[in-house]
Design a protein around this ligand. Structure first.
Ligand code: NAD
Ligand code: WQD
Length: 339
């Protein structure tokens, strides 16, 4: 069974391709390499002993996408990761985000509408909940007004999919709302490759520890949490990747209860920034140079998932710990820097 993975050379996409190939799916990757590198293909091949089909293609170029689907009209499922994801950049360049995240989604759904099997999985985000009123966050929590153009593209994206599923016969979709994905594959063949200065916590920690950054700024020590720092739900990218396989199976086996479903993907456990640092220090044996500074604008105090729906309906739960994730992230950082 042939599955299209867009953005399949990116951080979450590459780990998902590995899990799909491990389960015997034939994978075709589309990626324009705007935020990834061709070497990731070698990493995937080294882990699975199988090279996925790869087409370098920018999904914004509609005619190229149409040609692609003429050549691959036997695709039975699409997992759509391709998007721009830097929250801060999206505030400065909103149209880049609306073009890359919305236009590409529309083009994908248009092409999918013409296939025999119209199964679609969308990378959404816990950002749709903003600062939720109740923790842990269930899928019934209201979607809050978006705090960034990036976040808005995820909300609009879900609405576009919902409307399309209502209108197009046979279209079935699942939106997966990720919490904070971290870590790398235990083989250390693939991992996260941030371009420039990382905005996310874990790559900033590992780059500081390896000497690429002088010090980690911990944004805010006066939040109403156990130690004053923000709380997030950090999920190992391998666990997250596996959830895509079960979600896909649900669509392929027509076990879905409606033609548009959505699930939280997190561990169900919140960790503070200081707890993440402690996990890093514990697993790496290194002490981290960090300093508590002012809050970062736009940060929410706390977010972690209620994972009951994913566990009951998808039969999925996380297997790896935050220590596993920090250990793999650190090994990956050392490999990337050849240390
Ligand atoms: P990533 O940047 O590592 O991967 C995205 C991939 O898509 C990259 O390889 C990039 O080159 C490719 N791409 C981007 N625009 C493209 C286009 N127009 N045509 C073809 N390829 C294109 O990001 P990621 O962390 O793996 O995230 C994957 C998805 O998950 C994104 O949709 C992101 O918004 C979503 N998400 C990520 C996080 C996170 O913290 N990483 C959290 C929630 C949701
Ligand atoms: C985590 C915690 C920071 C960097 C973002 C997006 C969200 C989703 C996941 C895609 C926060 C603190 C961070 C640093 C720090 N992405 N921090 N120093 O903000 O939860 O979510 O990524 O959908 O949409 O907004 O993740 O990794 O940036 O931050 O103290 O140098 O680490 O304040 O508490 P965040 P993050």
């Amino acid at each position: 069974m042939k599955i299209l993975v867009t953005g399949g050379l990116g951080f979450i996409g590459s780990h998902t391709v590995v899990e799909l190939q491990n389960e015997g799916y034939e994978v075709v990757i589309i990626d324009d390499l705007s935020n990834s590198s061709l070497e990731v293909l070698d990493g995937i091949t080294a882990i699975t002993s199988r090279k996925p089909i790869f087409e370098k293609l920018d999904i914004r170029v509609k005619s190229d996408l149409q040609d692609f689907f003429k050549r691959h009209n036997d695709i039975v499922g699409v997992i759509h990761f391709a998007a721009s994801k830097a929250v801060g950049e999206s505030v400065k360049e909103p149209l880049k985000y609306y073009e890359n995240n919305i236009t590409t989604l529309v083009y994908m759904l248009q092409e999918l509408s013409g296939l025999d099997q119209k199964n679609f999985i969308f990378s959404s985000s816990c950002t749709v909940y903003g600062q939720a009123d109740e923790l842990p966050i269930t899928e019934n929590a209201p979607v809050k007004p978006a705090e960034s153009p990036y976040g808005n593209t995820k909300q609009i994206g879900e609405e576009i999919i919902r409307d399309t599923c209502k209108a197009v016969e046979g279209m079935k979709a699942i939106a997966l709302r990720y919490f904070n994905p971290i870590g790398a594959h235990p083989s250390v063949e693939i991992g996260e490759l941030p371009i420039g200065v990382p905005q996310n916590l874990v790559p900033f920690i590992t780059q500081t520890a390896i000497g690429l950054r002088e010090q980690l700024s911990v944004f805010g020590g006066d939040y109403k949490t156990s130690d004053g720092t923000c709380v997030r739900d950090y999920i190992h990218v391998v666990d997250l990747a596996k959830a895509h396989v079960v979600a896909l199976q649900r669509l392929l086996e027509e076990k879905n209860s409606s033609n548009f479903e959505f699930f939280n993907l997190g561990t169900g456990k919140g960790s503070t920034v200081l707890e993440v640092i402690q996990s890093f220090e514990r697993t790496s044996g290194k002490s981290l140079n960090y300093k508590i500074v002012d809050r970062r604008e736009g940060d929410i105090t706390a977010a972690y998932a209620n994972t009951s729906k994913a566990s009951e309906v998808l039969g999925w739960k996380t297997e790896l710990t935050i220590d596993d994730a920090m250990d793999s992230a650190w090994k990956w950082e050392q490999k990337v820097r050849n240390k």
